[in-house]
Design a binder for this molecule. Structure first.
Ligand SMILES: [Zn+2]
Length: 445
């Protein structure tokens, strides 16, 4: 299958570059050719030509940390109780929400989150999943949502001991089963090319040494990286000192859990020494500024020290235009020295993460790169050039400019229309959200 985008202004983020009036020919799942006046020979019924005149075209955005189980939490009306600190936010809200999730609500949530991501020009999501009452098979429900909507997504199960050793072990098993399922599809030639796996863990404070050992074995066995929260709140740091007599990063490193495929999330309270070790291991740190502000966990002032920094939403949708704005404004508000350009680099670094997960090239408009592309209507009031793309992102562009989205060479949204009717999906989600909230009221914190 081929698609030809005609006459677009090509915009790239890392390094920034703007090229006007070019065509992009996509064949299969990659960019085949870029040039002027390209034509398609041997047109067939499934071929498409997209007129992108007056539009910008850029590589799809990446949300490097998301929780797609949170899709039905928006506007939640349940008896949450007091949440004066981070641990009570977890216990009274998120740990009751995830226990209320069943297969039907997860599927609905996965579809909604996938559609929302595509509408925002986000073509890939790195997901982190928890549903303690529905562990086995849960990751395949999210996989189904990714594949039905056409979104690229890697997911994993958040192993935790908060429901006992049995739940902890079942979490590890779900991670291994999911990764092996993907491998089996690849071996059979039935893999969609969209879905991938990590080995997940909730956070060091709910991962005893036995869990870390099992996770390390699972990473080794599946060849996947570890995806875990850490140092989101000071509590995680204090807990590690009190319980294990160790800082967080050295503790994980002691189990061999820091690799170039590891994704560590938040790191608000990491020390410079810990960041140096994380950098030495070539691991990623994902910054989630909106979530951090919402949970009042503090500001990650050491982000400039991080070698591989990416941006995530931590479950607050997948709109990376919103996230980069907040990342930049919060940083300035905290007296930081970075400009929007550094944050655009962090957003684009999600592609380096994808390259490690998928073993393919992402994030540039060049032949051989994956065809994860966005066409957007951005009539700029000022010149749009390589030097100021980041400022346009922070001070001008928003997700409402997104018109057409391609993932892995397939058009998943064209002129804001999906290939399926989305209204019934949202209707069903509203019904399931109410049922989910009602179930939460029956769950003790
Ligand atoms: Zn998270």
């Amino acid at each position: 299958m081929m698609t030809l985008f005609k006459n677009a202004t090509l915009v790239e983020f890392d390094p920034p570059r703007v090229r006007e009036g070019l065509d992009i020919l996509v064949e299969g799942d990659v960019i085949k050719e870029i040039g002027s006046d390209l034509t398609m020979t041997g047109l067939s019924g499934s071929d498409n030509t997209i007129d992108a005149a007056g539009r910008i075209l850029f590589p799809g955005l990446v949300c490097s940390h998301h929780h797609m189980y949170s899709g039905l939490a928006r506007g939640i009306m349940a008896e949450i109780g007091p949440t004066p600190d981070f641990v009570s936010i977890l216990k009274n809200l998120w740990w009751r929400l995830d226990r209320a999730i069943d297969e039907a609500s997860l599927y609905s949530s996965g579809l909604i989150c996938s559609i929302d991501a595509i509408r925002a020009g986000t073509t890939a999501v790195i997901d982190h999943h928890a549903s303690p009452q529905f562990i086995a098979g849960s990751l395949n429900v999210l996989k189904k949502a990714f594949e039905e909507t056409g979104l690229r997504g890697a997911t994993c199960y958040e192993v935790t001991d908060r429901h006992g050793r049995d739940g902890m072990i079942r979490g590890v098993e779900e991670n291994i089963a999911f990764a092996k399922g993907i491998d089996a599809e690849k071996a059979k030639g039935t893999w969609s090319g969209l879905t991938e796996a990590h080995i997940g863990g909730h956070a060091p404070m709910t991962l005893p040494d036995e869990a870390l050992k099992l996770i390390a074995d699972a990473c080794e066995q599946t060849g996947r990286g570890f995806h875990v929260h850490l140092a989101e709140d000071r509590y995680d740091v204090s807990h590690s000192h009190a319980t294990y007599g160790s800082d967080l990063i050295p503790r994980l490193d002691g189990f061999g859990l820091l690799s170039d495929r590891s994704i560590l999330v938040h790191g608000v309270h990491l020390s410079s020494e810990e960041i140096a070790l994380l950098n030495e291991r070539d691991s990623f740190l994902v910054h989630n500024p909106r979530s951090n502000m919402n949970n009042n966990v503090g500001y990650t002032k050491r982000i400039p020290e991080v070698k591989n920094l990416a941006l995530g939403t931590d479950g607050i949708g997948a709109d990376m235009f919103e996230e980069i704005k907040m990342a930049s404004f919060k940083h300035k508000d905290a007296g930081g020295a970075w400009w929007p350009g550094e944050f655009l680099g962090a957003l684009a670094a999600g592609n380096r993460l994808l390259e490690r997960v998928y073993g393919a090239k992402f994030g540039r408009l060049e032949p051989g790169y994956k065809a994860d592309l966005v066409v957007a209507d951005y009539p700029s009031p000022t010149p749009l050039v390589a030097e100021n793309i980041a400022s346009h992102m922070v001070f001008g562009m928003g997700s409402s400019i997104v018109e057409t989205v391609m993932v892995n060479g397939r058009l998943v949204m064209k002129d804001r229309i999906f290939g399926f009717d989305i209204a019934p999906i949202y209707g069903e989600a509203r019904g399931r959200a109410q049922t989910l909230w009602d179930r939460m009221n029956e769950i003790e914190p």
